[in-house]
Structures are given as structure tokens and as C-alpha cells.
Design a protein around this ligand. Structure first.
Ligand code: FMN
Length: 256
């Protein structure tokens, strides 16, 4: 009897401790999550070192201005506060999202939220001139949905960088999307040719003599499905079904 009472008491004490730890640590977890997102935004634009070192909060506050975009019109909206807007949650809400017909869904995501954040990059700390914009993208690879950011220069065509902060592709195969050497190829590549999304990850190596080399990135050996997934998600998010209306507007009116 005594043994059972001790065991029950122990279980109770432990469950109280675990629950208390979860409650006490939640705010810190939320803070770390927010910091991690900021870090990945800065990494895509090369605003902090590749290893993530640098004062993320300071650089983010000085150099980044988040805005919410209505993807249908390409205009900014204040429908929701951008810093707390959760694009993934919004995509699950029928009121805040649209279904993507199969033939228009190369990213394989099924639905997308009506609104999406963009992150304008200030020329320098506190400046009201912008040198580029960072855009969230996601889509299916082989095993998982890859979530990342593409950073574009002021012309909204030249790529500054691309990086994924969440996926479950195989390390050494699809996981090579995180390899700094592979990622470094994206800088300077072009997204559009005469309004059509041309950027893609090819199979094999880019031919330096190819007239299309500005739109091509080397494939991932043994991971063609992940590589194709990266091409497809960029075609979706840079295309007319998603950010192209915004991008076209900003290219005409200037980045503001
Ligand atoms: C255990 C295992 C893990 C794999 N992981 C990936 C992956 O993460 N991404 C991918 O595209 N292919 C992965 N593949 C390979 C695919 O099944 C497929 O063969 C490959 O994408 C074809 O690419 P290739 O034409 O470059 O060889 C994996 C295969 C195995 C057996």
C-alpha cells in the first residue's frame, strides 16, 4: 500500500513539475521562435554571417521593415498586424485562405493564405530607402514541406539569397539545400525573363556558356525530387498565383 502511495505521490510531483516547466518556459520558447525567424530572414538577405552570428534583434530592427501584402491586389494591407500574422495558420482558415487548383499548384501546398508578409530591407540603419525585399516561400520536396525565404534586390528580379529554415529532407541528399556552397550559387541569379518565371534548379551542373545560366542553379546530386521541389515552389510563389502582382506593382512604382 505504502509503495503505491509513494509511487502516486511521485507521479503527481513529477507531473506538476513538468507542467510548471512547460508553462514557465513557454514565453521564452515563443521569444526564441521569433528570434529564429528574424535570424532566417536576415540570413536570406546576407545581413548576418552564414553561421548566424551577429546581433539579430539589433540588425533586424535597424534594417528590416515587415509589411503585410494582399496577394490578390499586390497592395499593402493593415488587415492584421504583420509581426504576429501567422501565414501557416491563416492558410488553414477558409476565410483567410484560398484553395489552389491542382494545375496551378506546382508547390503542392493545396491552399495559401490571402495575405503574406514581406520584409523590406533598408539601405542602411533607419533609412527610408530600401535596397531589397525578402519574401517567404514554401512547397513540397520529397519527404516534407520546405519553408524558407528568398531575398531579392531592388530590381525585384536579381536574387540576393535563398535559404530554408525548416524541412525534413534527407541529410546529405535533399538536405543539401542547406549546404552553404550550394546556397551561394543563388546570389546574382535572375527570377524573371520578360515577366515569366525562369529560375530553376537544373539536373547536373550549369553550363557556364549557356545563354540561360542567369536563370539556372546546379542540381542536387541524388536528390532530383527535392531540387525539383525548390524550382516548383519558386515558380509558384514568384508567379501570378502568388507574389507576381505585388512584384510587378513594386517594379513599376518603386520599393516602398
Ligand atoms: C533513404 C533515401 C533517402 C532519400 N532522400 C532523398 C531526398 O531527401 N531528396 C531527394 O530528392 N531524393 C531522395 N532520395 C532519392 C530519391 O528516391 C530519388 O532516387 C532521387 O530523388 C533521384 O535523384 P537523382 O535523379 O539525382 O538520382 C532518397 C533515397 C533514399 C533511398
Amino acid at each position: 500500500m505504502r509503495v503505491i502511495m509513494v509511487a502516486v505521490a511521485l507521479c503527481l510531483v513529477c507531473s506538476v513539475l513538468v507542467s510548471a516547466a512547460a508553462v514557465v518556459l513557454r514565453p521564452e520558447q515563443e521569444l526564441n521562435k521569433a528570434l529564429d525567424k528574424k535570424k532566417n530572414i536576415l540570413l536570406a538577405a546576407g545581413l548576418i554571417e552564414d553561421d548566424g552570428t551577429g546581433d539579430v534583434d539589433k540588425v533586424y530592427t535597424e534594417r528590416v521593415e515587415a509589411r503585410l501584402v494582399d496577394l490578390a491586389t499586390g497592395e499593402y494591407t493593415d488587415a492584421f498586424p504583420v509581426e504576429t500574422f501567422d501565414q501557416r495558420e491563416a492558410a488553414k482558415d477558409p476565410e483567410q485562405s484560398i484553395e489552389i487548383p491542382d494545375r496551378e499548384d506546382p508547390a503542392g501546398i493545396g491552399r495559401r493564405s490571402r495575405y503574406a508578409p514581406v520584409y523590406l530591407v533598408r539601405e542602411s540603419a533607419g533609412s527610408s530607402e530600401y535596397s531589397g525585399v525578402i519574401i517567404p516561400v514554401h512547397g513540397k520536396g520529397l519527404w516534407s514541406t520546405l519553408y524558407g525565404f528568398i531575398a531579392l534586390e531592388k530590381d525585384l528580379n536579381t536574387i540576393e539569397g535563398l535559404g530554408f529554415y525548416e524541412h525534413a529532407e534527407t541529410p546529405g541528399l535533399g538536405g543539401e539545400v542547406d549546404n552553404p556552397r550550394w546556397k551561394s550559387q543563388w546570389k546574382g541569379k535572375q527570377v524573371y525573363e520578360e515577366g515569366s518565371v525562369e529560375i530553376s534548379v537544373i539536373k547536373g551542373k550549369v553550363n557556364p556558356d549557356s545563354p540561360n545560366k542567369a536563370y539556372q542553379v546546379d542540381g542536387l546530386a541524388g536528390a532530383t525530387i527535392t531540387a525539383r521541389g525548390v524550382s516548383n515552389l519558386l515558380h509558384y510563389w514568384m508567379g501570378t498565383g502568388a507574389f507576381q502582382t505585388y512584384i510587378t506593382r513594386v517594379r513599376e512604382q518603386g520599393l516602398s
